[in-house]
Design a protein around this ligand. Sequence first.
Ligand SMILES: Nc1nc2c(c(=O)[nH]1)N[C@H]1C(S)=C(S)[C@@H](COP(=O)(O)OP(=O)(O)OC[C@H]3O[C@@H](n4cnc5c(N)ncnc54)[C@H](O)[C@@H]3O)O[C@H]1N2
Ligand code: MOO
Length: 512
Amino acid sequence: MTGHPAPGPGRRTPDTAPPRRFSAQTGYAPAGAVDDGDPEVDEALALVNEASGKTGSGPDPIPGGRTPEPAGQAGRAAQPAPSTPGTHGGPARPGHGGPAQPGHKEKHHHPRATPWPEARARAAQAARRAPRRDAGPVPLDEALGRILATPLTALTDLPSFDTSAMDGWAVAGPGPWDVREEAILAGHARPRPLADGEAVRIATGARVPQEATAVLRSEHGITDDKGGLHPQREVVHGQDIRPRGQECRSGDQLLPAGSLVTPAVLGLAAAAGYDELVAVARPRAEVLILGDELLTEGLPQEGLIRDALGPMLPPWLRSLGAEVIAVRRLGDDAQAVLKAVKESPADLVVTTGGTASGPVDHVHPTLKRLGAELLVDGVQVRPGHPMLLARLPGGRHLVGLPGNPLAAVSGLLTLAEPLLRKLSGHPAVEPYHAPTRDEIHGHPYDTRLVPVVLRGDEAVPLHYNGPAMLRGIAASDGLAVVPPGGAKPGQELEILDLPWALSAPLPGGCFT
Ligand SMILES: Nc1nc2c(c(=O)[nH]1)N[C@H]1C(S)=C(S)[C@@H](COP(=O)(O)OP(=O)(O)OC[C@H]3O[C@@H](n4cnc5c(N)ncnc54)[C@H](O)[C@@H]3O)O[C@H]1N2
Ligand code: MOO
């Protein structure tokens, strides 16, 4: 469909109304404004598209418009990159789909590599065999983003007493009325019953006294100097009284099991008398960062670089439903990696780096030594093809993310996302599609994941999408799934949603 993006639960938008999209650069903007060429969005696009200032309107988001050759064939980047920080070509090289550079160490993809859709399906299936943590009661403030394990059933009538909907007077029978001296405020205990012909001042939310027949709004009545109240318009029986049980009766089912706990659900649960909710447990994740070359602060220097994944992965994993129990930096110490994986209490161990076949790539040897079962060993996707998924003894899982940061994102969304979604009880997100505004070069054999911004109904591919780069994804709204061979302008592509809008205001939060 050329329909509007319908990202995850809580963000669905009917097909008839273009949704407001969150842009990492520009914040929320109505889709229409984006379509009309919102200057802020143009500026954001200019920043992340070609350094020449082109806003991605050309046929090819990749500088030089090269046609990718099969990986492994030597070639030369057709255009010098504005900056060449990546190890794998210029800033807009299409993953490893473009021509390989001389001396590039990548080979044709792994003979065991799994097609991208199948890799995701296997990750979801793996969760079915994983041991589950018991669902249990959690305080309301810890339930946000989880899935209800039992129906939400009203513990009380709502409202729990006849309530005044307005500030004014509770009245009994037809007016005029004699007004009592006291006033009934919200939170007061049961007031004295009214006699016929009596009125009493009442506040919104206060208990309506027995025998009251209506509430007269303060702006619809006038009092005289003898304490008489005169209606200024017709008084209808029961007006502005919210009768007990109007919204629900005690025992009514308010939401079924399987519902996502949103802020609104927390409010409803509290109103209905809950202090705790029985929710599916969050799967526990532990992040193990490998690599001796990583710094945790300051500027890159002397061949050392900043660890980009330590700060990025924990909030992202939380947004996928996990509880992150630890982030550990293990360098390139094979023994430390073995011990950490073996002893981790996590349901999902996420490693970064060390997935390839270099002298200090310890992930495969560790899995072998532990007798782990490799469920996915390489995926036909760019970037990120060395990613892996293994079942550890005891049924825990390990996702090995490649060290290149965008390749790690690819692994996170390909393998960790389906696994965590199943383990945390979240329903699969309906895929949504958008036509690409520009041509996107494909890898000859593999799927590509390309950062895009959504401009109206179209996906605009971003540059700086090389495996070692985060510049494109940091400005993006989603990742377009580009089939082998590429995509023509107007071609519908699946868009993987990114959780920025929901995770940003929830540092410890947990939405998907
Ligand atoms: N002979 C082969 N070599 C490589 C292949 C291959 O198929 N055969 N694949 C290449 C691809 S594609 C990728 S991706 C990487 C995967 O490498 P590893 O998972 O082993 O990761 P490392 O070698 O440890 O690191 C790669 C790259 O990423 C940087 N890095 C690592 N961790 C971080 C971090 N936390 N923050 C920022 N950057 C990080 C690291 O310094 C390297 O530059 O292998 C290719 N090689
Ligand atoms: O293609 Mo790798 O997987 O550099 O990212």
